[in-house]
Ligand binder design. Structure first.
Ligand SMILES: Cc1ncc(COP(=O)(O)O)c(C=O)c1O
Length: 423
């Protein structure tokens, strides 16, 4: 049995079956924007390995930081101990988050950071004497992760409907229709304690952008009604849409912010939930006098060291300018797709380029385009998209656009066997 045969029959991949899995490619190494496969071919990583490899793969500064940290301290429980990497990373993070946000909880993934934010909202409202306000208002078309609470805050009609029996119930509104937000908040005023959204860019579900004005209105509404505002910046943060934080499009500071993905430049799993002192102090003043979450690998020193090195890289170069350049090349390269018969819309903002098609081309066409262009794409639902490493040069982005144009011009594939399923 070859290694790939074993993989096919024994190892689950994301959103995949064992028994009839989609093809996987054996990767041996990576550098910059390029992945090198076991057979020697290279593929440009046009999705930044699910949007986290902002500085490209294996930049020496991050590799070296992890190596040096591993020689001193790879892990120690965070209960009863602290360490320099956690302190230094929290200091660096709170220097770049909006000034009001300076209380840091380190989580082990984006989904967990969202769970932590939701738990903070519950404890906050409890401490204020509103134990019934344990539900959140979330956005249709949103995505916040694959764990139970994060699924329950994601689009209610999206990919997680199967899991309704184990998901807590929340309320939803449409970010394109502020009246629906007000209506939901007023109808369920006695139950809702917080509002959560992905600022400006709804990524893994709707793959769409919305008017930053919604964030200003949400801020005013939350202030008026005593609700916490939570921004999930896990996909949009770290310059993905242009500014460091997507909330900057509206000049709005939330009460709690979740960051992840590019935090370590895509090198180790780490996320953070960052709250205001008002939220933290209120939680501390309520029962049981502590914030009740504490995972085994909380603030793992290796991940924190990678995070420090990643934030240093963000500080050393003008990422906003790099993203503006990517945006220009993506616009020029993808807008011609608008004239293709199977294309519904082309959307570009920052280092995000999306071609929405009427129906996804067949799997064989997707594989052909990846192999022929040497560009790794991971289309899903009706979205052919790129979110390339932010260090990508003009030539790289042009090659990615050529691959997307080729794929978007293919015939529509068969209807999906199960419309609720996507990878
Ligand atoms: C906005 C947003 N929140 C949360 C998550 C979950 O992050 P993770 O996959 O690290 O759990 C994602 C992942 O795509 C995301 O896009």
């Amino acid at each position: 049995m070859t290694a790939l045969d074993f993989d096919r029959s024994h190892i689950w991949h994301p959103y995949a079956s064992i028994g009839n899995p989609p093809p996987v490619r054996l990767v041996k190494s990576a550098r910059g924007t390029e992945l090198t496969l076991a057979d020697g071919r290279t593929l440009t990583d046009a999705v930044s390995s699910w949007w986290c490899v902002a500085h490209g793969h294996n930049p020496p500064a991050i590799v070296e930081a992890i190596r040096r940290q591993s020689e001193r301290l790879s892990h120690v429980m965070f209960g009863g101990f602290t360490h320099e990497p956690a302190i230094e990373l929290a200091q660096a993070l709170t220097r770049i988050t909006p000034p009001a946000l300076d209380r840091v909880f380190f989580a082990d993934s984006g989904s967990i950071a969202v769970e932590v934010a939701a738990k903070m909202a519950v404890q906050y409202q409890n401490a204020l004497g509103f134990p019934a306000k344990g539900r959140l208002l979330a956005m249709k078309g949103g995505y916040h992760g694959d764990t139970c609470c994060a699924m329950a805050l994601s689009d209610p009609d999206g990919m997680h409907t199967l899991f309704r029996p184990i998901m807590p119930r929340h309320h939803f509104a449409d970010p394109l229709d502020f009246a629906s937000v007000v209506e939901a908040v007023e109808t369920h005023a006695d139950e809702i304690g917080a509002v959560i959204c992905e600022p400006v860019f709804q990524a893994a579900n709707a793959m769409r952008f919305y008017d930053p004005e919604l964030l200003r209105r949400l801020r005013a509404l939350c202030d008026e009604k005593g609700l916490l505002l939570i921004f999930d910046e896990i996909a949009a943060g770290f310059h993905r849409t242009g500014p460091l934080w997507a909330g900057e499009w509206a000049g709005v500071t939330p009460d709690i912010m979740c960051v992840g993905k590019a935090l370590t430049g895509g090198h180790l799993t780490l996320a953070a939930t960052i709250a205001s002192s008002r939220v933290a102090d209120t939680i501390s003043a309520g029962r049981p006098g502590a914030f009740m979450h504490g995972p085994t690998y909380m603030a793992n020193p290796l991940a924190c060291a990678a995070g420090i090195a990643s934030l240093r890289l963000f500080a050393e170069s003008d990422y906003a300018a790099m993203v503006a350049r990517i945006e220009r090349v993506l616009s020029t390269g993808l807008l011609p797709c608008r004239d293709m018969p199977n294309v519904k819309e082309v959307r570009v903002k920052g280092a995000v380029g999306i071609v929405e098609v009427g129906r996804m081309p067949a799997r064989l066409d997707i594989e052909r385009v990846i192999d022929e262009h040497g560009v790794w794409l991971r289309p899903f639902c009706n979205f052919i998209y790129t979110m390339p490493p932010l260090i990508s040069g003009v030539d790289t982005i042009e090659r990615i656009c050529a691959a997307i144009r080729d794929l978007a011009s293919c015939e529509p594939g068969p209807l999906p066997a199960d419309p609720d399923f996507h990878e």
